[in-house]
Design a protein around this ligand. Structure first.
Ligand code: ATR
Length: 273
């Protein structure tokens, strides 16, 4: 039996166990994937313990991704982003970041090639960093808007993007081809809009990394006739890349998506239908 898990704080709402266990079943791999509540202070102990207990792999989530970087042998990409979301155990404890690739694959699935496109990235936190590096690597022309301008500037400088404060948001929304919300705004019912949804138009692609609820941003995108992409596929694709790192096998993406969407609808968290 292979053992896997996800470490985070809080962790109880993670959909990763359901998604990965469904994938292992579909691949015929005898494996068990569980969620573990681990605080920042105990992350080192948890990783060393998992190694000692012959875990094959771990996912790392909020707020542990940045600290994990210093505890593993991280690849160049995770190092550049400054965060690890995937760990594999073997001769070495290796760290990777699959969040950005997950997001790009979600955009690709919706028929969007980011190369040469004008992308507005809202936010400059951990998720934005992973997205920003991957978008830059794929040749997107990126503008970053963040409430805290200094954070936007730091990220923009590192990836060759342009930084803006929220005062530029209106203009950027109108002229961008792809708009990505990578802030935490929209995660909770009643969260305000980041901008007036009437600014959106039909030839835009709107991607909100929030999953589990239909955000005001996605509702506005649909009203405008734009392409609206939710965070489910980013979750699924980042997970599929982790699974491929651990097993060397092609991940059953449809099975993973179905497991996530079933869980979201059965817990009434998915308000799309
Ligand atoms: P994560 O790792 O999930 O990206 P994070 O590092 O805490 O989390 O980043 C959260 C992002 O959401 C940041 O860009 C944050 O903006 P600041 O850097 O200015 O804090 C953004 N954010 C959170 N609440 C916000 C709000 N009410 N309005 C605008 N942006 C907000």
């Amino acid at each position: 039996m292979e053992i896997y898990g996800i470490l985070g704080d809080p962790i109880e709402h993670s959909l990763s166990p359901i998604m990965h266990n469904a994938a292992f079943r579909a691949l015929g791999i005898k494996a068990c994937y569980q969620a573990y509540h681990v605080t920042k202070e105990r992350l080192r102990d948890a990783i060393i313990g998992a190694d000692a207990m012959n875990f094959k792999g771990l996912n790392i989530t909020i707020p542990l991704k940045e600290i994990a970087l210093s505890l593993v042998q991280a690849d160049e990409f995770a190092e550049a982003i400054g965060a690890v979301n995937t760990i594999s155990f073997g001769h070495e404890i290796r760290g990777y970041n699959t969040d950005g690739v997950g997001a790009i694959m979600a955009l690709q699935e919706a028929g969007t090639d980011v190369s040469g496109r004008c992308v507005l990235l809202i936010g400059a936190g951990g998720a934005s960093k992973a997205l920003g590096y991957t978008l830059a690597q794929r040749g997107a022309q990126i503008s970053i808007v963040n409430r805290n301008y200094k954070r936007a500037q730091e990220l923009a400088d590192r990836i060759g993007a342009k930084a803006h404060g929220f005062s530029d948001l209106r203009l950027l929304v109108i002229r961008s081809e792809i708009i990505i919300n990578a802030t935490s705004v929209g995660m909770k019912e009643g969260d305000p809009r980041l901008f007036n949804g009437k600014l959106l138009h039909a030839d835009q692609i709107i991607f909100d990394i929030v999953y589990g609820r239909k955000t005001e941003l996605l509702k506005d995108a649909i009203s405008a006739g734009a392409v609206a992409i939710d965070g489910v596929m980013m979750l699924v694709y980042q997970g599929s890349k982790s699974l491929e790192i651990w097993t060397g096998l092609k991940a059953p993406v449809e099975v993973m998506e179905e497991a996530v969407r079933n869980e979201l609808s059965s817990t009434m968290r998915n308000k799309y239908q």
